[in-house]
Design a protein around this ligand. Structure first.
Ligand code: C2E
Ligand code: MG
Ligand code: MG
Ligand code: MG
Length: 290
């Protein structure tokens, strides 16, 4: 923070950490405290089956309920966690919160919860064991959990990443390739990835209703995913026009602001119940009858 002539503190964001340089160390220290206490939250964002409008998943997105700075997003929190070497304990905590949430709707509603992994996790050969123990503590079957990995995080050690994913999958946990279409998505590597779903990045879905080239990429990615036996989830679905176009191109599942924003766990439970009883805007479900 910088002090202006008026004495007001102006927040000057660092392009990397989202905090000013002098605040970075403090943020890292505070994050340690946050991980010991109960300042971390997960917000849940529903994922909708495009064929029938049913909710078939929920992604857990970390938030930091900071005592003075308010609710902080992953963009502000993840770089600090990485620099402080706290990514593994962060995932442990998020997994704990996500599974505790899922245990509230499971098994009445068999909706898996998705958790994002970081590079520090996909090199952890104990991950499948830790995950199995966490599921057991919450009385959940393995299929109640989906673990999302961005392809680039596997690149540091592809061989080991593949092993970790294969172990998870063998235990019954679902695996997902996140932000597909960004970075160095290699088709050759995809061939050997033990995954259940592909999440198409928002950069590819954003213009799909207006840009035929974007639509062509989505369409061929859908074909690729299906040929490899993967379900295709479109992220960043911000409008009905995008949703309808994506459904027409064969996407299986949609996630985005047009369906719902990420919300606190209690809100999600109410939202899910309302959605199941048809109280959520039906207009979002593409109608192929006309
Ligand atoms: P992601 O896994 O691709 O998650 C989707 C992000 O897109 C979320 O941002 C979500 O709020 C946002 N989003 C969803 N629908 C829309 C939409 O229609 N339009 C737009 N513009 N955005 C939408 P969020 O929560 O800020 O998370 C950002 C990223 O931080 C995530 O991207 C994920 O890579 C990472 N992240 C979040 N939580 C965790 C976590 O617990 N652990 C790790 N390692 N990474 C996390
Ligand atoms: Mg994700
Ligand atoms: Mg994503
Ligand atoms: Mg993304």
């Amino acid at each position: 923070a910088k002090r202006t002539r008026e004495g007001v503190h102006v927040f000057v964001p660092d392009p990397v950490t989202g905090t000013s340089g002098s605040d970075r160390l403090r943020t890292m220290e505070e994050l340690r405290t946050a991980l010991d206490g109960d300042e971390l939250r997960v917000y849940l964002q529903p994922q909708m089956d495009m064929r029938d409008g049913r909710i078939v998943g929920a992604e857990a997105l970390v938030r930091w309920d900071h005592p003075t700075r308010g609710l902080l997003s992953p963009a502000a929190l993840l770089p600090a966690a990485e620099q402080a070497g706290l990514l593994r304990p962060l995932t442990d905590r998020v997994l704990e919160l996500a599974l505790a949430a899922a245990a509230r709707w499971w098994p009445e509603r068999e909706v898996p919860v998705s958790v994002n992994l970081s590079a520090a996790n996909v090199t952890d050969l104990d991950l499948a064991g830790k995950v199995a123990a966490a599921l057991h503590r919450h009385g959940l079957p393995a299929r109640a959990l989906t673990l999302e990995v961005v392809e680039d995080t596997l690149m540091a050690d592809p061989e080991r990443g593949r092993t970790v994913l294969a172990d998870l999958r063998a235990s019954g946990v679902r695996t997902s390739i996140d932000d597909y279409g960004t970075g160095y998505s290699s088709l050759a590597y995809l061939r050997h990835l033990p995954a259940d779903e592909l999440k198409l990045d928002r950069s590819l879905t954003a213009d799909v209703d207006r840009d035929p080239r974007a639509a062509a990429i989505v369409q061929s990615t859908v074909a690729l995913a299906h040929a490899l036996g993967l379900s295709l989830v479109a992220e960043g679905v911000e409008s009905l026009a995008i949703s309808t176009t994506l459904a027409g191109l064969g996407c299986d599942v949609a996630q985005g602001y047009a369906i719902a924003r990420p919300m606190p766990v209690d809100d999600f439970l109410r939202w899910l119940a309302a959605s199941d009883s048809g109280l959520v805007d039906e207009a979002l479900i593409p109608d192929f009858s006309q």
